[in-house]
Design a protein around this ligand. Structure first.
Ligand code: DHK
Length: 262
């Protein structure tokens, strides 16, 4: 069985380490690699790779959604998938980012959250938070990207018109600010008071401390990067892959293996 994570760029992805470690620990014969897809128009050509399943990352989660014959669970509302199963005639789509994220913050029991950014990841987080009954506000630079959140009845604001009337239990940065540069996702005059009054700061970026997390740290706010979310979504995706092939697995071994792989 061959699997891959597909995106552009893709060289940074840690998914092969996670999944190949699970194959080894479970004694399942399978191999997971990275695949750089340069042109989104070639998305349908992925069928020719004869993969059993795949994970999809930036910027193809929405186009992957559209290429599916069937989409399951919360992915239907999100409009983006990160996990595909290739059947003979069909592509099945799932979103494990949403639950993978929620598992990270569940124990914090937040009543309200602020999401910075309005891309595909923000949508996944917003939808699962809503499904769990947690009030969520989306804050973004431009109005245009907020429209799909407004259609789903989220509270939204642009950086320009945001006047916070409440403290947020949890603030999440979903923008790539700090991934390839040293910028904050939001001007510090707005961000500092927001972070200073929150209970927890979460950044989806993993592998480096972003200025957003450095700021949270300097304000003594508990915080976390995106590493645990990456592990959680991979565990959930691996379970889907194995279920699709009717291969029973020991979930404790799977969890231990991925948890210690990075
Ligand atoms: C990144 C994501 O956002 C996930 O949705 C994919 C991946 C895997 C990565 O390998 O970086 O499933």
């Amino acid at each position: 069985m061959q699997f891959a994570v597909i995106g552009n760029p893709i060289h940074h992805s840690l998914s092969p380490i996670l999944h190949n470690s699970a194959f080894k620990s479970l004694g399942v014969v399978g191999f997971y690699s990275r695949y750089l897809l340069e042109n989104p128009e070639n998305f349908s050509s992925l069928k020719n790779l004869h993969l059993t399943g795949a994970n999809i990352t930036v910027p193809f989660k929405e186009i992957a959604f559209k290429s599916c014959n069937e989409v399951f669970g919360i992915a239907q509302e999100i409009g983006a998938v990160n996990t595909l199963v290739f059947e003979k005639e069909k592509i099945l789509g799932y979103n494990t980012d949403a639950l993978g994220f929620y598992q990270c913050i569940e124990s914090l029991n937040p009543k309200n959250t602020l999401i910075i950014g309005a891309g595909g990841s923000a949508k996944a987080l917003a939808c699962i938070l809503k499904a769990k009954g947690i009030s969520t506000t989306i804050l973004n630079r431009s109005q245009s990207r907020l429209e799909s959140f407004i259609a789903l009845e989220f509270h939204t604001a642009t950086f320009e018109n945001f006047t916070p009337k409440e403290c947020f239990d949890l603030i999440i940065n979903t923008t790539p600010a700090g991934l390839t540069n040293d910028s904050l996702p939001l001007d510090s005059t707005l961000l500092v008071p927001l972070l200073d009054s929150t209970k927890f700061a979460f950044d989806l970026v993993y592998g480096r401390e972003t200025p957003f997390l450095t700021l949270a740290k300097s304000l003594n706010i508990p915080h976390s990067d995106g590493k645990q979310m990456l592990i959680n979504q991979a565990i959930l995706a691996f379970e889907i892959f194995m279920e699709s092939q009717k291969i029973p697995i020991n979930k404790t071994i799977l969890r231990q293996s991925m948890q210690t792989a990075l």
